[in-house]
Design a protein around this ligand. Structure first.
Ligand code: IMP
Length: 188
């Protein structure tokens, strides 16, 4: 079965994503010229975005990975209490950090992440998120680089998952409601 049959609508197309990631990469290159920033990719959702983004950055950057999950959250909602499932290898102290995330929704996860990073004494911290849902925000998050602002809808594709599926779709879309119902039935 083709996953695309499960898509209700496409919110951000492959072409729009390519154009925007190129713009962001160039902007980061311009802003960090001569500084060698450390780009920390938040697993697993931001992997697709990171891999496109870094290929558009024209300066030297380093890449590291951090695994984060939210305690007690559901598939569709986070709690703001985060658990680090994989920490960065790099020493963050005095480095220019760019946190690369798939989506900032309520902002709780990102706020917890930035607060944690700040305790490690970085030279600077900025946020680069592929998507943002400003209408859902519960805490203030200062986003320097944002791919797209989207409405309050649960989206999948381009790294974003529902129940660990759909990350490999090359666009951002919304699932048909029956997909959720079917999955709930399957899980009992
Ligand atoms: P926040 O703490 O509410 O900002 O949620 C951040 C995390 O929730 C993201 O890193 C995603 O893993 C997940 N998330 C929030 N909204 C969506 C969505 O629309 N699709 C897929 N995952 C989402």
């Amino acid at each position: 079965m083709d996953m695309r049959d499960e898509i209700l609508e496409i919110l951000v197309s492959t072409e729009e994503i390519q154009k925007r990631t190129t713009e962001l990469g160039q902007q980061i290159g311009h802003d960090y010229d001569g500084r060698n920033p450390l780009m920390i990719c938040i697993l697993r959702g931001a992997v697709v975005f990171l891999s496109d983004l870094i290929r558009s950055v024209p300066i030297h950057v380093m890449v590291d990975f951090m695994g984060v999950s939210s305690y007690g959250g559901t598939n569709l909602d986070s709690t703001g209490v985060i658990k680090i499932t994989r920490d960065v290898d790099a020493n963050v102290a005095h480095r220019d950090i760019i946190i690369v995330e798939d989506i900032v929704d309520t902002g709780l996860t990102m706020k917890a992440l930035v607060d944690l990073m700040k305790t490690r004494g970085p030279g600077s911290i900025e946020i680069c998120t592929f998507l943002s849902k400003p209408q859902r925000r519960k805490v203030d998050v200062d986003i320097k680089y944002c791919g797209f602002e989207i409405p309050n809808k649960f989206v999948i594709g381009y790294g974003l998952d529902y129940d660990e599926n759909y990350r490999n779709l090359p666009f951002v879309g919304v699932l048909k409601p029956e997909v959720y119902e079917k999955r709930k039935e399957e899980k009992g």
